[in-house]
Write a protein that binds this ligand. Structure first.
Ligand code: NAX
Length: 328
């Protein structure tokens, strides 16, 4: 269509932002026939750097890019937003307790939720990337009471893609041959990457691997701790892969998941699989008609149940902590 879609990106001057913005501008977020207008939000100290990125975006001469505006206030940045990618967050610094981290991020995601509530477009879709992503998404969602809760999501697609990649490497196939992998729970070290229902070329993947030791002692911890591995090897945290996963998440949300497959996204729980309603937790999901749906009816074995429960318990603790802080 000729009307551009307004895409707001926070943390635009950061390293994920740098990788993400060029892929959005090239049409990979929404498809090759949708014009986009970028609205970049940064803190005042980083606005100049964001403006530099805006100059580079202009120099890309992207046919679908209808404009780039830079903001230092959430109200302006989210005004008219159709898609919002919340990447900027307060990182955990040395000696910081989890409560301090949640409080500092509450100072970011509460006003951003309020600004989305006040001024975003009716079809707003929000993806939170900035950590702790699930609980930051919960804070934003609960501060946007006029927006349907289902429009707030948090990113576990990078974890999902990492799981697919590890499994495909183990089986000597390409990522596209793997289906029905799930990340459950929190985007944290407690997440549960689940291949019980995964298939490779139509065959059960766990059976094809045939090695429960590998699954428990290599696959699960490697996926859950992949972020630390990247930092150790690259000398900086995941950026392009995180941007790529954010693109995948929004693209699938808008355009649908492929037939016979599902993906993973942290969405507001409706109580499915015993995950308390209202928590933003990762599930196996399909998308069609622009809506996520939780895949129903999967058998959950005892091993999976314990892993899911542990990660969900962590999310409940985080929710209690932000309740105590008055953030939700
Ligand atoms: P950077 O530190 O490079 O960039 C963050 C940017 O956010 C900075 O430019 C900062 O000025 C900006 N910012 C801070 N507060 C802001 C606010 N209130 N409004 C607007 N902008 C603000 O971090 P980067 O590597 O880009 O990572 C961004 C976030 O993604 C981090 O929280 C990180 O932990 C998280 N990640 C989440 C992942 C996921 O799978 N969900 C994976 C990758 C990544 O680790």
């Amino acid at each position: 269509s000729d009307t551009p879609v307004n895409v707001t990106v926070t943390g635009a001057a950061g390293q994920i932002g740098y990788a993400l913005l060029f892929r959005i501008a090239s049409g990979q977020l929404l498809g090759a026939s949708t014009k986009v207008k970028l609205r970049l939000l940064e803190i005042p100290q980083a606005v100049r750097a964001a403006e530099g990125t805006a100059l580079e975006l202009q120099d890309g001469a992207f046919p679908l890019l209808a404009g780039v505006d830079v903001f230092d206030d959430p109200k302006g940045a989210f005004s008219g937003a159709n898609v919002a990618l919340l990447v900027g967050a307060r990182p955990r610094t040395k000696g910081m307790e989890r409560g301090d981290l949640l409080e500092a991020n509450g100072g970011i995601f509460k006003p951003q939720g309020e600004a989305i509530n006040a001024g975003a477009a009716d079809d707003i879709r929000v993806l939170v990337v900035g950590n702790p992503a699930n609980t930051n998404a919960l804070i934003a969602q609960r501060n946007a009471p006029d927006v349907p809760a289902e429009r707030f999501t948090a990113m576990t697609r990078l974890d999902h893609n990492r799981a697919v990649a590890q499994l495909s490497a183990k089986l000597g196939v390409t990522a596209g041959d793997i289906r029905n992998v799930t990340i459950w729970g929190n985007h944290s070290a407690t997440q549960y990457p689940d291949i019980v229902h995964a298939t490779v070329a139509g065959r059960n993947a766990a059976e094809a691997v045939g090695d429960q030791q590998w699954l428990e002692n290599e696959f699960i911890p490697r996926v859950a701790k992949r972020g630390a591995e990247i930092i150790e090897v690259r000398g900086a945290s995941s950026a392009a892969s995180a941007a790529s996963a954010a693109i995948d998440h929004v693209y699938d949300w808008v355009n649908g998941t492929r037939e016979g497959d599902w993906t993973s996204a942290a969405i507001v729980s409706d109580g499915s699989y015993g995950v308390p309603a209202g928590l933003i937790s990762s599930f196996p999901v399909t998308s069609s008609g622009g809506r996520w749906e939780i895949v129903q009816g999967l058998d959950i074995d005892a091993f999976s149940r314990a892993r899911i429960d542990a990660s969900v318990a962590e999310l409940e603790e985080e929710r209690s902590a932000v309740e105590r802080l008055g953030l939700i």
